[in-house]
Design a protein around this ligand. Structure first.
Ligand code: ASP
Ligand code: MG
Length: 384
């Protein structure tokens, strides 16, 4: 059956001219199978990092309008080269910037949100069998200025285009085979998941799994657009993220443990009232924010006449995620028992309906992930 697909490719998939040819072959293959494709691209390799460094070398806090004008250029290079590469394969292709298409965003430079996507032009081209090749990451605001969607924002462009075109699927090509039960670099038994629900993927993304920009998952979930994550480096059908009616599911689908560079603001929060009527207030922030957080607390604490501040750098957060835990009791105690059996002390705990997170000592992270992966038998496919 002919499908309308959006295929989005990330920076590592487009690292150099050779990789652009590989990706052009993937697109050409999809076309030869009889599908229609709209392509969304990131900048090549580390291009966006290079542009950001360049901006910072000129001005420590660059003007945000100009910052966006600069960092959005990486994507424009990718789409023009890809249209050429597709042309070489006797396919009709045209590159488009967000400006040319009218991808409208709000005015938050550097982290804009898409508010409207015009697709008339795209549909016209698709009907003429032209492959539109669209810049990810960019938009334009009401003033007609270029905006960008935040790091990793091309995923969101891909989903937004797919939603606007009412595509059958948004395929996000990356450098991993799909979504795993946990990070394969930490846990050798990590298993590729065939299917994950939106709510599970939201929890996995917000607790450290970096496969997809969180915003892209939110967008897809809101409009019920299936996302397929797959690799441009190897064959395989990857992982589909979609809403599925509850079938018999494993209780836990995945375990995530962000390393310290995950872009989390204030995260796990615990408050204790102690016997002497003082309040202990504990929360976690990203490692890179630790010193500024400490400074802010120092200042407020003085003005509040408050007590002391302690910073602990040596912690890690490990989360188990699964919609099967909804309405199931005993998951938390099973998790805590497994950690206790491995002599892993829990420092803090938070839970949501489908997630339990614990904060532990950093050097025990790997041990904890592996212990939990075993306890919840994630190496076994209980789906089938
Ligand atoms: N090129 C942008 C970045 O590096 C957007 C993206 O890759 O999704 O963040
Ligand atoms: Mg990315």
């Amino acid at each position: 059956m002919e499908k309308l697909l959006v295929q989005k490719f990330g920076g590592t998939s487009l690292a150099d001219a050779g990789r652009i040819e590989v990706v052009a072959d993937i697109i050409a293959n999809t076309i030869s199978e009889g599908h229609k494709v709209a392509v969304v691209l990131s900048a090549m390799g580390e291009e966006t990092d290079r542009l950001i460094d360049l901006a910072k070398s000129i001005h420590a806090e660059p003007n945000l309008r100009e910052y966006d004008a600069l960092v959005s250029t990486g994507e424009q290079i990718s789409v023009a080269l890809m249209a050429m590469a597709l042309g070489k394969r006797n396919l009709k292709a045209k590159s488009y910037t967000a400006y040319q298409l009218g991808i409208k965003t709000n005015k938050m430079h550097g982290r804009a949100r898409i508010v409207d996507v015009k697709v008339e032009k795209l549909i016209k081209q698709l009907n003429k069998n032209v492959i539109p090749v669209i810049t990810g990451f960019q938009g334009m605001n009401e003033e007609g200025d270029i905006t960008t969607l935040g790091r990793g924002g091309s995923d969101t462009t891909g989903v937004a285009i797919a939603v606007a075109l009412q595509a059958d699927e948004c395929q996000i090509y990356t450098d991993v085979d799909g979504v795993f039960t946990t990070d394969p670099r930490i846990c050798p038994k990590a298993r590729l998941l065939e299917q994950v629900s939106f709510d599970e993927m939201l929890e996995l993304s917000s607790t450290g799994a970096k496969v997809l920009q969180l915003r892209a998952v939110e967008y897809a979930s809101k409009y019920d657009m299936p996302i397929r994550v797959l690799s441009s480096f190897s064959e395989g059908t990857g992982t589909v993220i979609e809403e599925k009616e509850d079938m018999e599911r494993p209780v836990i689908s995945g375990i995530s443990s962000p390393v310290s560079d995950a872009g989390i603001d204030v995260d796990v929060i615990v408050q204790n009232i102690s016997a002497d009527n003082t309040t202990d207030f504990t929360f976690t922030v990203d490692q890179s924010d630790a010193s500024s957080a400490e400074q802010i607390l120092q200042d407020t604490s003085e003005s509040l006449g408050g007590g002391s501040i302690e910073v602990d750098d040596d912690i890690a957060k490990v989360s188990v995620v699964g919609r099967g835990m909804r309405g199931q009791s005993g998951i938390a105690s099973k998790m805590f028992q497994a950690l206790a059996d491995h002599e892993i002390n829990i420092l803090m705990i938070t839970t949501s309906e489908i997630k339990i997170s614990v904060v532990i000592q950093k050097d025990l992270r790997e041990k904890a992930v592996n212990a939990l992966h075993d306890t919840f038998q994630l190496d076994k496919n209980l789906d089938t």
